[in-house]
Design a protein around this ligand. Structure first.
Ligand SMILES: NC(=O)c1ccc[n+]([C@@H]2O[C@H](COP(=O)([O-])OP(=O)(O)OC[C@H]3O[C@@H](n4cnc5c(N)ncnc54)[C@H](OP(=O)(O)O)[C@@H]3O)[C@@H](O)[C@H]2O)c1
Length: 204
C-alpha cells in the first residue's frame, strides 16, 4: 500500500519505518525536503506535502495540531483517501487540550476535508511504544474511530500489522474521547510519574 506520511518527526518517522518494514511504500511529506535530506531522511523518500498527499492511498497526519490547517491546505485534494489522524491537540504546557468534549481535532480535520475518510488512530500512547506493542504476553490495545467502514478496515489491518490489538471505538465523534485518552497517557507518563513504557488495554 502507498502510505503518504505528513510529518517526519517522532510519530511520522516511527510509523514510516515500521510500515516500510511491513513492505509498504512510504513517502514523507515535509515542509522542506532539502533540509530533511540533510537531517537524514532519504531524499527519494520525501517530498513536498502536496507530492506525498497525491502519492498516498492512505495519508497519515503526524504533525502538531497548530500545523494541521496549513498542512491540509498544502496537501491539495485528498478526495477518496483514507486519512489517519494521529494528532493530540495538546496545549503547549500539557495542561489540557485546545479543544474537546463537543468536538475533536479529528472532527475539525474532517470538516476541512469532507471528501476524505478520516480515521483517528495511533494517538493514545507514546511513540516509543509503537515499535513494541507487546507487554509481556499482552498486546496493547489501539483504539480507532471513524465514519467510513472501508477506511476503518484499512486502519485496523495496518495496526494489526504493527502487532496491536485493534479496537473499533465507533464513529469519528468518538475521537473526542480518544484525544482525551491521548492527554491522559501524556500527563500520566510525562507529568505524574508514570511510565512511558505503558499503553491502554481493553479487557473483554
Ligand atoms: N510524540 C508522541 O509520542 C505522540 C504520540 C501520539 C500522538 N502524537 C501526536 O502526533 C503529532 C506529531 O507528534 P510528534 O511527536 O511526531 O511531533 P514532532 O516530532 O515534533 O514532529 C512533527 C513533524 O511535523 C512537521 N510539521 C510541522 N508543521 C508542519 C507543516 N505545516 N507541514 C508539514 N509538516 C509539518 C515537522 O516538520 P519540521 O521538521 O519541518 O518542523 C515534524 O516533522 C502531534 O499532533 C502529537 O500530538 C504524538
Amino acid at each position: 500500500m502507498r502510505l503518504g506520511i505528513i510529518g517526519a518527526g517522532h510519530v511520522g518517522g516511527t510509523l514510516g519505518r515500521l510500515f516500510e518494514a511491513q513492505g509498504h511504500d512510504v513517502r514523507f511529506g515535509v515542509r522542506d525536503p532539502n533540509a530533511q535530506a540533510a537531517g537524514g531522511l532519504p531524499r527519494n523518500r520525501s517530498g513536498s506535502v502536496a507530492e506525498v498527499a497525491a502519492f498516498g492511498d492512505v495519508i497519515i497526519l503526524a504533525i502538531p495540531w497548530n500545523a494541521a490547517k496549513d498542512a491540509i491546505a498544502a496537501a491539495g485534494s485528498l478526495a477518496g483517501k483514507t486519512v489517519i489522524d494521529c494528532i493530540n491537540p495538546v496545549l503547549p504546557d500539557l495542561s489540557g487540550l485546545a479543544l474537546g468534549t463537543t468536538t475533536s481535532a479529528a472532527e475539525e480535520i474532517a470538516r476541512l476535508i469532507p471528501e476524505a475518510k478520516v480515521v483517528k488512530c495511533f494517538n493514545t500512547l507514546g511513540h516509543t511504544n509503537l515499535a513494541n506493542p507487546m507487554f509481556g504476553d499482552q498486546k496493547a490495545s489501539m483504539l480507532f474511530a471513524g465514519d467510513d467502514a472501508g477506511a476503518k478496515l484499512i486502519v485496523s489491518e495496518l495496526g494489526n500489522q504493527l502487532g496491536f490489538d485493534m479496537v473499533d471505538a465507533g464513529p469519528l465523534t468518538q475521537a473526542r474521547w480518544l484525544e482525551a485518552m491521548g492527554i491522559l497517557w501524556i500527563t500520566m507518563a510525562l507529568k505524574y510519574g508514570g511510565s512511558q513504557r505503558s499503553a491502554f488495554k481493553l479487557l473483554r
